[in-house]
Design a protein around this ligand. Sequence first.
Ligand code: ASP
Length: 338
Amino acid sequence: MKPKLLLLHVGGTIGMRPSDRGYSPCPGFLSQQIERTPEFHHPEMPTFELIETSPLLDSSNMTPSDWLPIAETIQEHYHDFDGFVVVHGTDTMAFTASALPLMLRGLRKPVILTGSQIPLCEIRNDARENLITAMLIAGYHRVPEVCIYFNGKLFRGCRSTKVSAHRFDAFDSPNYPLLGVAGTSIEINESMLLPSLESNQALQVQRLTTPNIGTLRLFPGITAPVVEHFLNQPLEGLVLEAFGSGNIPSNNRPLLDLLRQAYDRGVVVVAVTQCGHGKVSFASYETGQAMAEVGVLCGYDMTVEAALTKLFYLHSLGLDKQQIREMVGQNLVGELTR
Ligand code: ASP
């Protein structure tokens, strides 16, 4: 029996059509292209059904409310398919791939997000390879988690980030090894996958509310008034992109006082590093200790995407601030290493 896949097309370059305003989504266009491309119907390919969401979106237009229909469609069809491929724009793919593992609790089947830098309709494109290999992985490999497949690499979704606006090699997973590599053969790095779930519990979808969450990147000379404005109500959670291993100008007392006041008002502030690679460790420097002293939480090696979606998730669970603060540094779905 051939595996059966659900392709869920939500938008992105891969299925776009050129227009006089640049590439834009076009209903039915990707399925037409797939229909006309013989490789998708090769006997070695899994069988598949394609569902297209309406409207199709450039992923720059997506919001957290667009993640829910993806999770719900997977839940609705969970028992009918062996795996799921989410065809998505690259711009915010890493955010969706970070949110879905939190939203899909009890997932035991592959959910592979993919897209491309050039649409499938163009003669030179990366769409064909990305989509075909994502389908082969979702159909034939036991990868029971949310991943991104792009340019020969399989990444854990909640560890991934977009690193290039134009290279085919558009994604990276700076703090976690690849889950797989597609070269002459497809090799899955089994030891890096999430452990299989014991129980046969049903797939649950956690809805996300839309709390007021933000990100702020520190830079030399950032002023207290700018930060004050940012920290003002209605902010509930903040991902603070700190220097190096989680450092802040500790000689800027007004800045530290503002963070302390935000803590006292219940704002959950989590520090991640603004470096492409590495983790937060407040103990390394006096400028890091200053963070801990004003109540900023350590985000360890989370990407901005993972930290931000985790704040959305934790604020959606109906927890009190103390419980949220305790869970920020816990590894929930493979998104951090302490
Ligand atoms: N703007 C597009 C999107 O994210 C870019 C892409 O898909 O590569 O939907």
